[in-house]
Design a protein around this ligand. Structure first.
Ligand SMILES: *Cc1c(COP(=O)(O)O)cnc(C)c1O
Length: 378
């Protein structure tokens, strides 16, 4: 098998018991465990609202779609975003007929305040902030820029389940925080996500929009007899985006262990840093900002001969990854070519070293041995 980049570790028996309950009561759909998971997530994060979804991709799209509609943004209005992300973040903007304007990043792998400021025009409506690898980057500086310039903030927190800043889960500042519980994320469920709006009205809207636009309340409220329980109104041409009780069962169990798991991830990163920080002239380690207790979804390094190092690692049956290729290189974002030089550099030089909960101290040493040997030769 070798050493994999990602490998989800589940509390198998507890997950199965929780799923078993769904099968026995005959309810695997929305409701039941999804409601419990929403409650548990609100309590864990301290965020006021949470709606459970079948992916974070639909959540990011819903965030842009609903903010656009509710704040009266026009087609072609701009959202400042990062080129170093999974394409979901940026597709959410394009799919809403808005324009993705790319800000450059730095050694934190997140967008910089200076670059965001430079990109603001009279058509800028929002910032899509990605806490890459679970790190905060310059989040609070960007929050301030948004406040000063009357911009809305969307936080793509796909890597940030469990990230804390000064002991608190960040996100209250954002209009919407969107988490991913996809198969390889820190809280893995197979596929699902959570959207946490700041405002209750928007939470109500997303619940309808992610169930084809169905509003069950209209008739439920107007009928005392229960005779019209099957009736509903359809308010929007919505999507099928809500989560289900099987995924929520896994989520409920894994959430109990998220802080324990993230602490081990931080331990892995410490072991990597202990070995690799002495090569600062040849290996750039991702910079984690003061006060951030990162979820450490990724551990990224930058090296000159990235592709060769990848091959050396593969030869030792170690399989790292790349997060991410510069989105500007994809044809739909190509209009921004040349606008983010540091992102271009990262795209060509970054490696994500294995980060999974099966890794041992010895595994990390083995990986670092290969990296070290390569660096000394090159
Ligand atoms: C994984 C990921 C997403 C998409 O999550 P899904 O739950 O798979 O839709 C969005 N943004 C980032 C940064 C991601 O890593």
């Amino acid at each position: 098998m070798g050493i994999q980049l990602f490998k989800a570790k589940y509390e198998v028996d507890e997950c199965l018991a929780e799923i078993r309950e769904c099968l026995e009561v005959g309810w695997t759909g929305m409701g039941f465990k999804t409601v419990k998971f929403e409650e548990a997530w609100k309590e864990y994060t301290g965020l006021p609202f949470a709606h459970y979804l079948n992916s974070s991709t639909i959540g990011l799209y819903m965030a842009v779609n609903i903010l656009k509609e509710q704040y009266g943004w026009e087609d072609g209005d701009e959202i400042i975003t990062t080129p170093i992300t999974f394409v979901s973040s940026n597709h959410a903007i394009l799919k809403s007929d808005m324009k993705a304007v790319f800000a450059d990043i730095d050694e934190t792998m997140c967008m910089t305040a200076e670059s965001v400021k430079e990109r603001i025009t009279d058509r800028t409506r929002a910032v899509m902030y990605v806490g890459l690898g679970g790190n905060m980057g310059h989040y609070y500086e960007i929050v301030k820029i948004c406040e000063e310039n009357n911009l809305k903030l969307i936080l793509d927190a796909a890597h940030m389940a469990g990230t804390r800043y000064m002991s608190e889960i960040p996100g209250r500042e954002a209009e919407a925080v969107v988490y991913s519980f996809q198969a390889v994320k820190n809280l893995p469920t197979a596929d699902s996500g959570m959207i946490c709006f700041k405002r209750g009205e928007f939470d109500e809207i997303v619940r309808k929009k992610c169930w084809l636009g169905i509003n069950k309340d209209t008739y439920a409220r107007s009928s005392d007899s229960g005779n019209y329980k099957w009736r509903y109104d359809v308010e929007y041409v919505g999507d099928k985006g809500h989560g289900n009780s099987i995924m929520a069962s896994i989520g409920l169990v894994q959430l109990k262990y998220l802080d324990r798991d993230n602490a081990y991830r931080r331990q892995l990163v410490t072991w990597y840093r202990d070995r690799l920080s002495r090569y600062s002239d040849k290996i750039k380690l991702v910079k984690i900002e003061e006060g951030c207790e990162s979820a450490c979804h990724l551990f990224q390094i930058c090296v000159e001969k990235r592709d060769e190092l990848m091959m050396a690692l593969n030869a030792a049956e170690i399989y790292p990854g790349v997060h991410y290729a510069n989105n500007i290189n994809y044809h739909m974002y190509n209009y921004a070519k040349g606008s983010c030089p540091y992102a271009e550099y990262v795209s060509e030089h970054t490696i994500s070293l294995p980060m999974n909960l099966y890794l041992t101290f010895e595994d990390v040493q083995k990986i670092c041995d290969v990296v070290e040997k390569f660096i000394r030769k090159n």
